[in-house]
Design a protein around this ligand. Structure first.
Ligand code: MN
Ligand code: MN
Length: 275
């Protein structure tokens, strides 16, 4: 699938890639089912293709959905993800990756760090995902940002929306110099003081479960859909890559989280298309 469409990618295009991996989820499986469900919702006739900022994605030929990776397991799956993202970046694409659970952000960032030696990550999540290991798994979806910071894959890691931090993860955040705006301190006018190039990692459980019940870990007290869209719209350019992770269709109610994910897909592709 990737091989068949890769030649259509010319420099400067936006590529969307599905990564259906959920074997590193600590609590429930399901996010591997997400990418096709998000696409199905996006392609339903319930909405149109124009982003809020006015880009009609149906009329723009500078973006391409490559479909889903066909993945092995364990270390081999991570190697496949890193290698594929590396190939897309070698073609000067900006990539939106559809998860899968949050463990996929580590191999994605290994590829991004080679292309962008100075990268700021904006990580929106109820959880800091900074565990050294969880249940004996160092590749758990609770650990990707520990691996990313240990390997120096980003210049800055800015986490917003966190509302589950424990003493271990607070020590990890201090050790790695993570800039964290916990949910309890968030205000609509909080200035994130970001500059590009920016990579956005969006865990859908950053949202309050009232807005997005289709996630494995319900953590009340989170963002509204509107607040996340406003954060996305206010980010300075360039946004050079993004992932949308942790949608779990087995937990969804009347596809409402699929619709939230489809909306973010559209708005993120719109932002990635901006220079
Ligand atoms: Mn996460
Ligand atoms: Mn989370």
């Amino acid at each position: 699938m990737i091989e068949d469409t890769l030649h259509k990618l010319v420099p400067g295009m936006v590529a969307v890639l599905g990564v259906p991996l959920d074997e590193n989820s600590s609590f429930l499986r399901g996010p591997a089912l997400a990418p096709p469900r998000i696409r199905e919702t996006l392609h339903s006739s319930s909405g149109n293709w124009t982003t809020e900022r006015g880009t009609d994605l149906s009329a723009v030929d500078r973006w391409l959905d490559l479909g889903d990776l066909s993945l092995a397991h364990g270390a081999q799956a991570f190697a496949q993800i890193e290698e594929t993202i590396g190939r897309l970046l070698a073609r000067e694409a900006r990539v939106l990756t559809l998860g899968g659970d949050h463990s996929i952000t580590y191999p994605i960032l290994r590829a991004y760090a080679r292309a962008y030696p100075r990268l700021t990550i904006l990580h929106l999540d109820a959880h800091p995902d900074l565990y050294d290991e969880l249940d004996g798994n160092r590749w758990s979806h609770a650990c990707p940002f520990a691996r990313i910071m240990e390997e120096g894959l980003a210049t800055r890691l800015v986490q917003v929306g966190v509302r589950t931090i424990n003493p271990h993860q607070r020590a990890q955040a201090e050790r790695f110099g993570v800039e964290m705006i916990e949910m309890r301190h968030w205000q609509r006018d909080t200035d994130l003081r970001l500059d590009g190039p920016i990579y956005l990692s969006l865990d859908l459980d950053a949202l309050d479960p009232a807005f997005a019940p289709g996630v494995s870990h319900h953590e009340p007290g989170g963002f509204s859909t509107r607040e996340i869209i406003d954060i996305l719209h206010r980010l300075p350019s360039p946004i050079v890559g993004a992932d949308l992770v942790e949608y779990n269709p087995t937990r969804d109610l009347v596809d409402m989280t699929a619709m939230v994910a489809a909306k973010f897909y559209k708005e993120i592709v719109g932002r990635l298309l901006e220079a």
